[in-house]
Design a protein around this ligand. Sequence first.
Ligand SMILES: Cc1cc2nc3c(=O)[nH]c(=O)nc-3n(C[C@H](O)[C@H](O)[C@H](O)COP(=O)(O)OP(=O)(O)OC[C@H]3O[C@@H](n4cnc5c(N)ncnc54)[C@H](O)[C@@H]3O)c2cc1C
Length: 164
Amino acid sequence: MISYDLVQPWPEGFVVVGDAASAFNPVYGHGMSVAARNALSVRNGLRRHGDAAGVARIIQASVTAGGLDAWQLAVGQDLRSQQRLEGRTPDLKSRLLYAYGDRMARVARGRQDLFALQLDVYTLSSPTSRVFSPRAVLATLLGPVDPPLAEPPFTAAEQSVLAY
Ligand SMILES: Cc1cc2nc3c(=O)[nH]c(=O)nc-3n(C[C@H](O)[C@H](O)[C@H](O)COP(=O)(O)OP(=O)(O)OC[C@H]3O[C@@H](n4cnc5c(N)ncnc54)[C@H](O)[C@@H]3O)c2cc1C
């Protein structure tokens, strides 16, 4: 992710959007949502400021802000994968965050309210800070934590489709 709005000087009438401003690992499925937010930044910026001097930088700052949550989510996961691949031990803060995220994912399997909250955050429908809301922290800590699945949770009918 490049914070183009920090570049000095910034040309008038020029805004960088979409993957050119922030390209994400496709596994997270966030690129098009962020690109759509970028389009809204352009529309809203032009509506509010018209062609006033400096409007491109204002819009560019809004574009940067629109990708921060997706960036935060992606960087956390990508960093973890890289640390695993390289056999590096994460620092204490990262270990705590990973443990919290893992536990939340396991509890969410059996708690619809926590699952909905997690899904909202992962689909960028809610701010990432919601995973640390008192409700989410309590649910994550209190559980219950379902045991890991021993086999795929499919019905016989679903299994037959898969076999086909
Ligand atoms: C394999 C893969 C899977 C993905 N899956 C998802 C997903 O499930 N969900 C999701 O939200 N996002 C996904 N993404 C990300 C998403 O595709 C991008 O974030 C999104 O397409 C970015 O839009 P864009 O307009 O910035 O760039 P693009 O869609 O890449 O559009 C850029 C366009 O500019 C054209 N172009 C390039 N150079 C020039 C030139 N010199 N002159 C003229 N035209 C030019 C290109 O041909 C292209 O048509 C995925 C990406 C990949 C690679």
